[in-house]
Design a protein around this ligand. Structure first.
Ligand code: ADP
Length: 628
């Protein structure tokens, strides 16, 4: 064997030796890879064919070359990524490496981390790829869960941030070493600090005064020890707002083992609330002092007409404590004769929401009655809506008694005057007759005037007697059916005789039947006419009419007299009310005529009123229901 041939043989032997080593190491390598990997695979140079795959239970095994491996093993979502990574590995002839989703042997989706190295021949050409892959499904799931949990935590954090940053209240959390682990925007702003230089620091480090820090630390201790919230109020100077008052609550944060792991707190600035409370308390105190200190009966009701307050003066009068007055129902203490009337006034007030003015008798603790004059004003809520009434009452019993005595006196005087007056009148009438017979015209004329004056006096005295009868409830109404046309005719005939100073014109009246006290209605018409005479120039015209409107007969008496002011109009029908001006000053009267007329018409369920133009004249009206 020549040297060259010998060398060749040696080379060949060496080559065989080399190939053997290589194969040996390749196998070892494969064994190692197989032992440490879940999957091993072999791919053609261009990855179009998979020669072999040992799936290790994770992926389906195959011994046959297959070209549709991509569809079989790679999750559709990741196929493009895998293709791209392969193309890159082929181009650079370097390791293929990718984490992607696969279709597992059991048909479910899984994750794998796959690597493949190119096997390259001496010419630098890729012969095939040898790959190994691991099942990373479990890790991937954990990672995903972690990711989701993190997302959720972040979302929750954002939520808390939003909530706590939009409240003016201070929100914070302490750890057990009294350090702030959370402070909301409002608190950071109050401190004038940023999150970074405030969180992780304790109270002192965040600028609290030692006494203040000490106080809160003891409170944190208490919350931790007792696992119970604690509430407090503290006042201290704010950097820009001056001295403020704060109300705070510390609450334990309990972990899953039932231990306190932190202390959460909220603080509210209550300076304004306190100030408002103080103002309210002050005005309340002032109101009470006034309500209790004076001898005035103060009461309040809400918008639903329930009594909500009685002052001590009420209790003293009735002998009942306030709560009993409210519960018992003050209305039961009203005099039976006043109760219904006053309750009507009271109810109407709530309907119309207008001021109340009324008087009534109240049962006292001594069992007798006292008169109270009550003025009720409307209360309103701050938005202007109706809130009920506040009423102030004064005791007018003495006044009422005086008035009663005065009435009794007038009644007695009138009564006593009536008898001599009647006899004087009859003497005058007899004397007049005799002097007329004796042709003593002068004396007859004087007696005639005396008779007229005595007649006037009788009417006045009758007026007073009627008032006192009315007031003591003795004014009787005797209704009977009669024709208004006939009554007006009678009045006309009478006035032809009695009124010579004015032209009284009666409009024609149709037959109209009413059920009324004829004498009293006649009295009302005569009163209207005599007023028209009194308050207008001699020779002026007075018109009397009687018409039917809406089932009511309406009588009117118009004059061309002095007229009445608008302010006086509604008061004309009050007892003793007289207009006070230069024109009426010298006209005699007591202000009881219209009062009596009004009471008479009211008792007939009719209406009475007046219309007037100052300087032009007045018209007085009344109506009565018509009967068939
Ligand atoms: P008196 O006439 O006695 O004063 P009245 O009760 O009849 O009492 O009238 C009350 C008041 O009404 C009178 O004082 C007068 O001022 C006014 N009054 C009544 N009738 C008329 C009228 N026709 N014209 C103007 N004023 C009148």
């Amino acid at each position: 064997m020549d040297k060259a041939a010998g060398e060749t043989i040696e080379k060949q032997q060496q080559g065989q030796q080399h190939t053997g080593d290589l194969m040996q190491s390749d196998e070892r390598f494969r064994a190692l890879v197989t032992a440490t990997s879940d999957v091993v695979y072999r791919m053609s140079a261009d990855w179009s064919v998979m020669h072999q795959l040992q799936g290790g239970g994770f992926l389906l095994d195959t011994g046959e070359p297959m070209s549709d491996w991509m569809e079989k093993y790679i999750h559709p979502q990741d196929q493009e990524r895998v293709k791209a990574a392969i193309a890159e590995a082929i181009r650079t002839k370097s390791m293929y490496q990718l984490e992607h989703q696969v279709l597992k042997a059991d048909g479910t989706q899984g994750w794998t981390f796959s690597r493949a190295v190119p096997i390259i021949d001496d010419n630098g050409k890729i012969i095939e790829w040898f790959g190994a892959a691991n099942d990373v499904t479990a890790r991937k799931h954990t990672e995903n869960e972690l990711h989701e949990a993190k997302d959720a935590a972040e979302q929750q954090n954002r939520l808390y941030e939003t909530i706590t940053s939009s409240t003016p209240d201070l929100v914070y959390v302490f750890d057990l070493d009294y350090r702030f682990t959370y402070a909301n925007r409002a608190l950071l702003n109050m401190w004038g600090k940023t999150w970074e230089n405030a969180i992780g620091r304790n109270l002192l480090e965040n600028g609290y005064e030692p006494w203040h820090a000490e106080m809160h630390e003891r409170e944190i201790d208490y919350v931790v020890a007792n696992r119970k919230p604690i509430r407090g109020e503290v006042s201290f100077p704010h950097a820009t707002l001056g001295r403020r008052i704060y109300d705070y609550i510390f609450t334990p944060v309990i972990n899953e083992h039932g231990e306190v792991e932190a202390v959460a707190g909220t603080t509210r600035d209550i300076t304004e609330i306190r100030a408002a409370e103080n103002t309210l308390a002050e005005s309340e105190a002032r109101f009470r002092t006034m309500a209790e200190g004076m001898n005035v009966y103060i009461a309040m009701s809400d918008e639903t007409s329930n009594a909500i307050y009685f002052n001590q003066t009420w209790s003293k009068l009735t002998g009942r404590p306030t709560n009993e007055l409210l519960a018992y129902g003050w209305s039961n203490l009203l005099h039976p004769d006043d109760r219904e009337r006053h309750l009507k006034v009271y109810r109407t007030a709530f309907e119309t929401q207008t001021p109340v003015h009324d008087s009534y008798r109240v049962l006292t603790k001594n069992g007798n009655y006292r008169w109270l004059l009550i003025d009720g004003s409307v209360r309103r809520y701050s938005d202007g809506s109706f809130a009920g009434y506040i009423s102030a009452g004064v005791d007018i019993t003495e006044l009422k008694e005086d008035e009663q005595r005065k009435n009794d006196f007038i009644s007695m005087v009138s009564h006593e005057l009536k008898t001599p007056l009647t006899s004087a009148l009859s003497y005058v009438q007899v004397s007049k007759k005799r002097t007329t017979e004796n042709n003593d015209r002068l004396t007859a004329g004087m007696l005639d005037r005396t008779e007229k004056q005595l007649g006037k006096m009788t009417r006045m005295i009758n007026g007073f007697l009627n008032v006192s009868r009315l007031e003591s409830g003795k004014l009787q109404i005797d209704p009977q059916r009669f024709d208004m046309a006939r009554l007006v005719k009678e009045v006309e005939e009478e006035s032809l005789v009695s009124v010579t100073s004015h032209k009284v014109v009666f409009a024609p009246v149709e037959e109209t039947w009413v059920n009324a006290d004829q004498e009293k209605i006649s009295h009302v018409i005569q009163n209207f006419i005599s007023n028209a005479v009194k308050y207008s120039r001699p020779n002026s015209v007075i018109n009397v009419a009687c018409v039917t409107i809406d089932n009511h007969v309406q009588v009117s008496v118009s004059d061309e007299g002095i007229g009445i002011n608008e302010e006086d109009l509604p008061r004309l029908f009050e007892r003793y009310y007289r207009v006070k001006d230069t024109e009426t000053r010298n006209i005699a009267g007591f202000g009881i005529g219209l009062y009596l007329c009004c009471e008479i018409i009211k008792r007939h369920r009719g209406n009475i009123w007046a219309e007037s133009v100052v300087g032009k004249g007045s018209t007085f009206y009344f109506t009565l229901p018509v009967v068939k």
